[in-house]
Design a protein. Structure first.
Length: 217
């Protein structure tokens, strides 16, 4: 049984900054995350993509943001429990008992849930034929954008991640963006930028199409 002041569920930027604030006021915490690395979806999805919405930081990558947050909390020597997830929460005698999938148990007075949209599990193509290319030419996250330089890239999706990467990779790659609807779920500024890139033929925009085994429909 690990006793601590706070258990933080999630080791992304929010969880890391929360740990920093707890350390400043002298509280101990244990941090649990489903991923095998610190940084959450920021490091999993955007390690090499510029981020512009961090206060007082004009521009940084997901990896740079994560590394700075890790450096910030180093003096507190907090413990990370990676590749694990919280399975059970129980309140007894005004204390929380926390159990994880890997069998770890914590006793704490406080729990902070900083899981964002939840543990990151990519929504893979609904086709068996794509599985043999996983991690090779079919990718669900980008670790190094330089591998796409001067290549043709097809991006499926209409959310922020798809739009952001289409914009970023269009600087050095031939990008085709495919989405199942005409409407996009990304930030308005990103949607406008995509339309501009499409209008000037910098990217190819294909809407109302989805993927299947033998092509699009």
């Amino acid at each position: 049984m690990i006793k601590t002041d706070v258990v933080i569920i999630g080791a992304g930027p929010t969880g890391l900054f929360c740990a920093h604030q707890l350390g400043i006021i002298g509280l101990k915490c244990e941090i649990v995350d489903n991923l095998d690395k610190i940084g959450g979806q920021c490091i999993e999805l955007y390690p090499d993509k510029p981020i512009y919405d961090i206060p007082a930081v004009p521009k940084c990558t997901g990896e740079e943001l994560t590394n700075n947050l890790i450096e910030q909390i180093k003096p507190f020597n907090f413990n990370f429990h990676l590749s694990d997830r919280v399975q059970e929460l129980k309140n007894e005698n005004n204390k929380w008992l926390v159990k994880t999938l890997n069998g770890k148990e914590f006793e704490t007075f406080n729990i902070v849930i900083a899981g964002g949209v939840g543990s990151f599990e990519p929504r893979k193509f609904p086709t068996k034929s794509a599985e043999k290319y996983d991690g090779k030419s079919v990718l669900y996250s980008i670790k190094d954008k330089n591998i796409f330089k001067d290549k043709s890239v097809v991006i499926f999706g209409g959310g922020d991640s798809a739009l952001d990467w289409a914009i970023e990779l269009s600087n050095s790659s031939k990008v085709t963006l495919v989405h199942r609807r005409d409407e996009f779920r990304g930030a308005p500024a990103s949607v406008q930028k995509i339309k501009e890139l499409s209008d000037n033929k910098t990217i190819d925009l294909i809407t109302k199409y989805s993927i299947k085994d033998d092509g699009f429909w």
